[in-house]
Design a binder for this molecule. Structure first.
Ligand code: PLP
Length: 457
């Protein structure tokens, strides 16, 4: 008998879902300019827009909120967070910020100068935008397997070490640091292996570059290492985590992911001189170094979340949820990205709607159709989110046109997952009836957030 894994928690507070009709959803999405970011949350039945800041907190986290210390300086909640972050990650200096992109903004304003180029396995959109904002160029060097959504590779989040070495040789002083995103969100929530982290660290040491880890989903990455990388099956997850971060000079972290927090982030580092710089800058942008833009209660909730995230029963359930959805869709031949990632199910929109050319935005068509049919909110991470224009205005499309359905942590049950799988499976059978879309109003940056769309002419 195969093992049945159930949600390892009981639900003691519930938030009712408003059940809507297709007709209502047609009106709402039209009023939203066919961009699901413009919908009101109550117009969505199952919200898989993001796993960021959407976790259900535990009763211990809610209790921690009550005991948060709201002192402006020297808050007890900060010292508790500092202790748990040091213990978890192993880096001595801990600076709180209000979320992940604030960590990126703070750090990159100190390290990235115009003309710099920053190689990575895959920059997340806010990471790339914060590098570009400081005049730098974010460069993605994923392994070739990452470009094929149907190819199986246990660590599709890996950076291509050969390309990285060639890049470091050629770019020289223009490279301020190397950045690895674990897991790689934009590339399908795919993990990075310990071997790859160590390989990147060795190159960084050889070329005298710091290694920065974007550790948003560090716990999911560590559990993938335990499951998929030879030699780690018997390791406790906290030990894997400590090893992953051994070579990191700096960690940027959004507590809205693997700390079950609704808000919060961290920069963790070793270099005291850099930390001084960041803390001085922090006062201008986020706040004093013991609260960094957060209430004391938020620091306390994040600390408690970090204590909970490495529970193996939770991680097993978490990764299995996505794997189960993936398996069900594959049975119906739906083009999902394999192997399953950590926090989300990714659909390959180009393969889902092969009759739609890239300029008819297959990913947007898929997001709109999933909403209309099921009241489910997904996000396009493809031609719109990562596409650009050349100087003449012609489209430059990314390698993959993906749609992400991100599972908030501890929020939805297996029945919700089953409903999502059914809606997508039914849509796939009728895929040829779906038409294309084009921009009505195109936003200048991170286009998926603020653009609006109309049916393609
Ligand atoms: C890999 C990665 N890095 C950075 C961020 C930015 O974090 P935040 O949303 O807390 O600003 C995200 C958010 O989704 C992410 O997935």
């Amino acid at each position: 008998m195969s093992e049945i894994i159930f949600e390892p928690f009981r639900i003691k507070v519930v938030e009712p879902i408003r059940i809507s009709t297709r007709r209502e959803r047609e009106e709402w999405i039209a009023a939203a300019g066919y961009n699901v970011f413009n919908l009101k949350a109550e117009q969505v039945m199952i919200d898989l827009l993001t796993d960021s800041g959407t976790s259900a907190m535990s009763h211990h986290q809610w209790a921690a909120l009550q005991s948060g210390d709201e002192s402006y300086a020297g808050s007890k909640s900060f010292f508790e967070l500092e202790a748990v972050a040091r213990e978890t990650f192993g880096l001595p200096i801990v600076i709180p910020v209000h979320q992940g992109r604030a960590a990126e903004h703070l750090l990159f304003s100190a390290l990235v100068k115009p003309g710099h180029r920053v190689p990575s396995n895959g920059h997340f959109d806010t990471t790339g935008a914060n590098i570009a904002d400081n005049g730098g160029d974010p460069v993605n060097l994923p392994i070739p397997e990452a470009a094929d959504t149907a190819a199986y590779h246990p660590f599709k989040g890996n950076v291509d070490l050969q390309q990285l070495e060639a890049f470091l040789q050629n770019a020289g002083d223009d490279v301020p640091f190397v950045l690895l995103t674990i897991t790689n969100n934009s590339g399908g929530g795919q993990p990075v292996s310990m071997e790859n982290i160590e390989g990147a660290a060795a190159l960084c040491a050889r070329y005298g570059k710091p290694l920065i880890l974007d550790g948003c989903r560090f716990a999911e990455n560590a559990y993938f290492i335990k499951l998929r990388e030879p030699g780690y099956a018997d390791w406790e997850v906290p030990k894997i985590v400590r090893k992953m971060f051994t070579h990191a000079s700096v960690i940027t972290f959004s507590g809205k992911k693997d700390a079950f927090a609704n808000i919060g982030g961290l920069v963790c580092l070793r270099d005291e001189e850099l930390a001084e710089k960041l803390k001085n800058r922090l006062i201008v942008t986020e706040g004093f170094a013991t609260y960094g833009g957060l209430a004391g209660r938020d620091l306390a909730a994040m600390a408690q979340g970090l204590r909970e995230i490495l529970d193996e029963n939770y991680l097993k359930y978490r990764l299995r949820t996505i794997e189960w959805m993936c398996e069900r869709l594959l049975k119906n031949e739906v083009p999902v990205l394999v192997p399953s990632g950590g926090h989300a199910l990714f659909l390959d929109a180009a393969r889902f709607f092969p009759h739609l050319p890239p300029e008819h935005l297959p990913g947007i068509a898929l997001v709109i159709e999933i909403y209309l049919r099921g009241g489910i909110r997904a996000v396009e991470l493809g031609n719109v989110a990562f596409g650009k224009r050349d100087e003449g205005g012609a489209d430059i499309f990314p390698r993959l046109d993906l749609v992400r359905l991100a599972m908030p942590r501890r929020v939805y049950t297996e029945a919700h997952a089953e409903y999502v799988v059914k809606v997508i499976g039914d849509l796939y059978r009728e895929r040829e009836t779906v038409g294309g879309w084009e921009f009505e109003k195109e936003a200048p940056v991170m286009r998926h957030f603020r653009s609006t769309f109309r049916t393609a002419r």
